[in-house]
Design a protein around this ligand. Structure first.
Ligand code: URA
Length: 178
């Protein structure tokens, strides 16, 4: 796996970060969950999904019988955008080499939310049209299953998103048991 070095300055996000947020969980898992960008808690601790969104994700995983340590968890960009704004296309594209290297070993990629889905398959439409529908994604010449689903934070406002996120984690669980 290629990781950014401690003083990576490939994009402007380096100006605001406290820590680079590298993948966590089972780094050799056949399933990788990809979020959007680190938030405040993640920037502080250097670990993906450890704040409010992390709690929601952990609960959805638990409801499906999964633990964080069963999968790899990462983000499109490894540094927190200021004021939690969306990462730009340019920031995602310069960080993509790291994400690609994280995805090398896996056979299923789960895109959590709009920006992860956009980065991975270039889809910019409404998520409800494709949520939890298995597709194909080719990463550096290797074909993988791609599962687009809602970002954990969208579950705060919409019960339907929570139901779909748990359903996605159930699909992951079944895939892991195969
Ligand atoms: N939201 C994300 O998309 N990723 C994190 O790591 C935390 C919050």
């Amino acid at each position: 796996m290629i990781v950014p070095d401690n003083n990576c300055n490939k994009c402007d996000l380096c100006r605001w970060r406290t820590n680079i947020v590298l993948p966590c969980g089972d780094l050799r898992s056949k399933v990788v969950l990809v979020g959007e960008a680190p938030g405040e808690s993640e920037d502080f601790r250097g670990i993906p999904f450890v704040g409010k969104s992390g709690q929601i994700l952990d609960n959805a995983m638990a409801a499906a019988g999964l633990k964080r340590s069963d999968v790899m968890i990462t983000n499109t960009v490894k540094c927190r955008p200021p004021k939690n704004r969306d990462p730009t296309d340019e920031e995602m594209s310069v960080c993509r080499q790291f994400l690609n290297s994280e995805l090398k070993h896996c056979s299923m990629v789960v895109g959590l939310g709009k920006l992860a889905i956009m980065d991975l398959i270039g889809y910019e439409g409404s998520i409800w049209k494709i949520v939890n529908k298995k597709m194909k994604v080719v990463v550096e010449g290797e074909e993988k299953i791609f599962l687009p689903t809602y970002h954990p934070m969208s579950c705060v406002y919409r019960k339907e998103s929570e139901v779909k996120l748990i359903e996605a984690m159930t699909i992951v669980k079944e895939f892991m048991e195969r």
